[in-house]
Design a binder for this molecule. Sequence first.
Ligand SMILES: NC(=O)c1ccc[n+]([C@@H]2O[C@H](COP(=O)([O-])OP(=O)(O)OC[C@H]3O[C@@H](n4cnc5c(N)ncnc54)[C@H](O)[C@@H]3O)[C@@H](O)[C@H]2O)c1
Length: 321
Amino acid sequence: MQYKTQLDERMEKPNVLVVDTVDRHILDALENYGAAVDYSPGISRDAILKVIGGYQVIVGRTRMPIDKGIIDAGEKLRIICRAGVGIENIDTEAAGERGIKVINVPGAATESVVELTVHLIIAGLRSTHPCVEDVKAGKFVKSLGSELAGKTVGIVGFGRIGTRISQVLKAFDAEVIVTDLKDYREKAGEIGVEFTDHRTLYRRSDIVCLHVNMEVNKVPVIGAAEVGMMKDGVMLINTARGKATEMKAVCEGLESGKIGFYGADVMWNEPPKDETEIRMLRMRNVAVTPHIGANTKEAQERIAKSLAEELVIALEGIKGV
Ligand SMILES: NC(=O)c1ccc[n+]([C@@H]2O[C@H](COP(=O)([O-])OP(=O)(O)OC[C@H]3O[C@@H](n4cnc5c(N)ncnc54)[C@H](O)[C@@H]3O)[C@@H](O)[C@H]2O)c1
């Protein structure tokens, strides 16, 4: 029988680099597991490149893309963990080539994103954002809004969030039509919404909501051609990813009046820095929140708990390999 020395045990401890702010649950789970955790939520890419060679695990959110450069420099890297939903800022191909496991927590933020999406829709229909600013500035001016009941809402991307928002919007008596790359006619039938093709959805919708995942899209889902198919004054809501719409097409649509309102929780650059997106932000019919879709106590706790479990399973999987 062989006995482990203290040194052996120390060498077995996985080294984990956390490059973004994460919930305490994740750090506790890692520490309880016996991992050596370096918590560096503000670390720069250059600094990561210098140190990543010594880590088996990297944990991040949306701030820092885990690109091929970081993956290549991480000679010992075995697990990349995204403390959230989307993994489009991780080079999954480069990770796959090296057999590095990528973990995320799809689904944990669905309810929170749905509620924020409803907020943005109502904000557009009732012009609440500029009204609030006006009242604060001493201008008590009433706007004339519109009801959600009776509006046709087109949901592009009928996955977790697209499905849940369809159910919620039906409760508002909106007519919900949906589309997806996958054939979800059966699921649509089950929840009582109409499954259609992209073109029909753009032509018929008063409000278009984007809930696509961008890993499968090489180009923006909404560009000038798609905007051109939409109703005049359409409301466009994007809580998916900034790059799901084409910046120039959205800006031109707003300037020409083709797009009546753009409500988003995501931008092309976060924080926005391009002249076009900054120009858009100044428009009264644009409302943008700073990527807070998943930022509720409940969602963060769900993300942290499921991720902590996933991480421990993944760490067990790489033990001694
Ligand atoms: N704002 C936030 O903080 C926040 C939080 C969580 C998720 N999200 C984003 O919301 C989006 C949806 O998340 P989800 O959990 O529902 O993902 P999901 O994978 O469950 O669903 C996405 C659906 O979009 C479909 N799709 C992809 N490209 C399409 C296209 N061009 N046309 C039609 N359908 C297309 C897919 O087939 C899939 O069914 C993702 O982009 C995700 O990153 C944002």
